[in-house]
Design a protein. Sequence first.
Lengths: 563, 216
Amino acid sequence: MALRSGWSRGTFRPGMPKFTLDGREIVAKDGQTIIEAATAVGVEIPHYCWHPKLSIAANCRMCLVEVEGIKKLQPACEARVREGMVVRSEQSKQVLEARESVMEFLLINHPIDCPICDQAGECKLQNYYMAHDGSGTRFDEVKVVKDKAAVLGPMVMLDEERCVNCTRCVRFMDEVAKTHQLGQFDRGDRAVIGIFPGQPLDHPYAGNTVDICPVGALTSTDFRFKMRPWFAKKTETLCAGCARGCNVTMDHNSGQIVRIKPRDNDAVNESWMCDDGRLTYHRVHDVDSMITEPFLRKDGKLKRVGWDEARRRLQEVLAAYVGASDGKLGLALSSQITNEGGVAFIELAEQILQVDNYAILGRPDWKGDELLKVDDQNPNRAGLELVLEAYSIYDEGAEALRKGILGGSVSSLIMVGSDYPSPNEEWAEALSKLQHLVVFASNWDDTSRKAEIVIPMASHVEQDGTFLNHTGRLQRVNEVIEPISGRKRAVEAAAFTAAALGAAKDWRIHTWRDAFFELKKRAIELKDLTPDAIGRLGVPLGVGVADESVPLRPSNSPGARAP
Amino acid sequence: MGHAKPVESPTANITYRVLNPDYGVFERAFLPAIAAGLGTTIRHFFANVTTRKYIRTIEYPDNPVEYPQRFRGMHRLVPREDGKPRCVACFMCQTACPARCIHIVGGETADQSIEKFPIVFEIDELRCVVCGLCVEACPCDAIRMDTGIHPVPVTSRQEGLFGKRDLLGIPSREERKSGRRDTTSRPPGTAAGTGRKDRAHGDGGAGGSAGGFGEH
Ligand code: SF4
Ligand code: SF4
Ligand code: FES
C-alpha cells in the first residue's frame, strides 16, 4: 500500500521498479527478475537451476515465492519485478511448504551417498535439506538405479543418480561453450544428463560444468576423491596460465594445492576458467621437475649445494659486474614473475650491478580461443613492460638477446624465471656460448639445466604480488602456500643476491610491498594505488589494449542481465 | 576448617578461591605424622608376610585382569564378506578425530556399488586418545573399538602407525572368544545392507552406497 501511495506522490522512477520482499523495500533494475534483485542486495532465495550467468530454465521450482495478487506461487528466477509488487519468501507459510515438498521430491530417488560424494559440504541439496526440509522419507518404493560413474569426458564424470536435472550444465555447454555437447535424455524419474554417441565432453572449458552443478552429479576427474571439501583452505589469487589472469580460488591443505576454481569477476572471467588453467597447479607440485635447493656447476655437472655455498659462488661470478663492467651482462625477466619481483631485480641491476642488456622473456605463445584463453601464455608481460618503462629501460626482446649472445655482445646472463619463447635448440645453442649463466627458477627445464648457478625461486602461488593482465588490469596475486622447502620469493631472491654482493646494508626492498611502493614512485599509472586498494577484483590502469568485453555472456538469453 | 582467600588472576577477570588449610601445632611438628605413617608400613609389612592381605600387585601377564565391557581398546576395521574393508573412505572419522591420528587416502573401485575405498587407512595409535568419536562418526559401521586390547608397546613412532591390513586383522572381543570372524554383524538399530544392491531390492530407500546414512 505504501508503495502505491509512493507512486501517486510521484516518486516512481522509470527503469527502477521498487518492490517489497518479506517486508523489505528493494529497488530493482528494469527487467530484473525477483531472484536477481534479491541477490543484488544479498538476500538468498533458494534455487538450483538459476545461475546468474546462464539463461533461465525455471525447472527446479525451488525458488517459488508468493506474489500478492497471484494465486499460484511464482518462480522467483523467472518472474520479473514490477513496480509495487509485494513478494513473500521466508515469511510465507505456503512458500516454506512448497520448498519442503520440492526437497522431498528431489530426494525421492537421490542415493543419499553423501559420505562418498565429493560435493558433500558444499552441496545445495545438503544445505537446503538442513534449512528447508529436515524430514524423513515417506517413499516406500524402489529407488531408480542409474549409472553412478559415467565418464563424460577427460575432465568430467557424472553420477546420474545424484543429478537433479537442473540443466545448468546443458545450458553452459549451449550458451557459453556453444558446442552443445550435453543433453537431457529420457523423461520423468528416468531423465538423465548425457553426451551424444561418439562425442565425449571434451570442450576445453568443460570443467566449469562441475563447478556449477549444484549437487554432486558432475565431479572433476582431477579432484575426484582427493579431499573432502571441508579440509580445504581457500585462498583467492590469479591463474597464471595466460595473460587474461582469471580470478581463481585455490583450495589447499598442508602446503598442497588440490584444486583451482574460478572466482567471479565480471571484468575478467565472469564465473569461468579454462581447463588448462585448472591444472596449472600440477607443475608447482611436480616432484620430478621442482627445484628446491641451490645447484652449482662443478666439473661440468650441476651439484646440489647449501645456501652459503651458493651465496659465495654468486659473489665470485657477479663481483666483476659491481660498479664497473665490460658492458656484457644481461638480465632476462620471465613474464611469469610478478611486477614486484621484476622491480626488485631491476633495482639490483641498476643500483648494484652494471647490467647493460635487458629483455623480457616468457613462454611461447599457445593458441588462444574465443572464450577466455589468450595467445600469450604469460600472465604478466604487460606488467613487466610497465616496470621497464617506469625505469626507462629498453626491452631488447628475446630474439635480440639471443642474437646478442651469439654475436658476443652479451657474455653473462642473469635469468629470473627460466622461460624462453622460441624453439629450444636455438636457445640452447645461444646459452652454451655464455660465460656465466645464473638462473632463478622453480622448475627444471632446458634453460635451468644449462645454468652455472641455479637458485630455487618460488612460483606465483608461493608469493604475493601483482600481475597486469593483457587488458591493463592490475590484479593481486596472493601467497597460497608457503614457499616449498624454503625457496626464495622473487623479492627475497633479489635481496639474497644483493647480500651476496655485500650490499645488504643499502638494500631497501625486503617485501613485495616495498617493491610496490618503489614502483609507485616511478610509474605514474600507479599514482593513487596502494596494494590494498587493488582489492579482490583488481583495477584497470588504462594502459595496454582497451578493456575488451568478456565474450562469454550468452547474448540472447534473458539471464544475461547479471545482478 | 580453614579460611578462604580470594586471589585475583592476573590474566583474566576470574576470581579463584584458594583454600589454605589452617595447620595446628600438632600437624606442624611432623613427627607424630611420621610415626603414624611408619606404623602403617609396619602393620602392612607384618600382615603381608603372614597373610598377603594388602598386596595389590597384578601379576601381569600371568594373571591378567578382566577389563570392564566398557573398555574400548584398539580400533579395528570391519571387513566385508570378501575380506576387504567395509570402509568407504568418507573421512568422517578423520574429521571427527580430535587427536588427528587418522590418515586416509581415498581411491576409486570399479564396483559401482562401492565406488570409493581407502587406498591407505592409517591410525597413529600413539596419538589416539581412545575417545571413540571415529566409531560414532562412521556411517558404515566400518571402524569399531570393540577389541578390548591395548596397542602393543613399540620402540619407534613408525611402529605405532597401524595400516589397513593391521587394522583389518584385529579380531573383536567376541570373535576372540568364539574363535571365528563375523563379517555381517551390525550393532542393533542400524540399517542392514552395505550397498545400493539392497536399495534396488526394495530396501525402502534407506541406505545408499554408504549404507544406512541419512533418512531419505
Ligand atoms: S548434472 Fe548437475 S548441473 Fe547438470 S542437470 Fe544434473 S544437477 Fe544440474
Ligand atoms: S568413518 Fe567409517 S567409512 Fe568413513 S572413512 Fe572412517 S572408517 Fe571409513
Ligand atoms: S531456480 Fe527458479 S525454478 Fe529453479
